[in-house]
Design a protein around this ligand. Structure first.
Ligand code: HEM
Ligand SMILES: [Zn+2]
Length: 179
């Protein structure tokens, strides 16, 4: 994982639980908290921080990852507004993540750890995103989708089935616009 992800996790924890909260997380995780945004860190380090943040805040890991994803969508918009602005609507944006956004991210950071999404457009208001990643961060993806929906001003229903955490080989993220 890139240091930029750690920066965003710190911003979220500091935002909700103050500096003391973030210090407590670092202490619990045994981390010095020195992350450089463009540098790559082992996935286990992020997992360690998320586990520590869950212990410190009492929020279950999937809920924490969802909250983190939602917050991350806003942070990504601050850092990379054109990816959002180039899309006409939420569904077009979500389809662009695998085909455009993460492709550009890969050019910027050749060693980025990115998931793959395969898409099925069920009908104009429904998109199925099949998520695959050895990191199984599907709850983070849920949060990113919810945060993106908020950005585009859409209300959505999100159904997550099947799930890699239940032994499936991918996670199905069904996005439905509520009109
Ligand atoms: C402007 C929009 C976006 C940008 C710039 C962006 C960029 C990134 C970056 C830099 C990482 C970390 C790579 C690493 O640490 O090595 C990442 C990971 C990830 N991205 Fe995106 N992303 C965007 C939108 C999205 C959206 C909307 C979703 C979900 C639908 C998504 C799903 C994920 C997931 C789940 C990961 C975690 C890694 C994994 O699952 O293997 N991203 N993205
Ligand atoms: Zn899942």
């Amino acid at each position: 994982m890139k240091g930029v992800v750690f920066d965003m996790l710190r911003d979220l924890v500091e935002d909700r639980f103050g500096l003391e909260g973030w210090d407590a997380v670092l202490e619990k995780a045994g981390s010095d908290g020195l992350y450089i945004s463009t540098q790559t860190y082992q996935d286990e380090q992020l997992v360690g921080l998320v586990v520590a943040a869950s212990a410190v805040t009492g929020i279950a890991i999937p809920d924490l990852l969802r909250a983190f994803g939602e917050f991350m969508a806003g942070e990504l918009y601050k850092r990379f507004p054109s990816f959002f602005d180039n899309a006409q609507d939420l569904i077009q944006f979500l389809v662009s993540v695998d085909r455009i956004v993460h492709v550009e991210v890969r050019k910027l950071y050749p060693d980025a750890a990115l998931p793959t999404f395969r898409y099925q457009r069920e009908n104009p208001d429904e998109l199925l995103m099949n998520y695959r990643s050895p990191r199984k961060l599907c709850h983070l993806a849920e949060g990113l989708i919810n945060g993106s929906a908020r950005h585009f001003g859409n209300q959505i229903e999100l159904v997550h089935s099947p799930c890699m955490h239940d032994g499936a080989d991918h996670c199905g993220l069904h996005v439905k616009l509520v009109r």
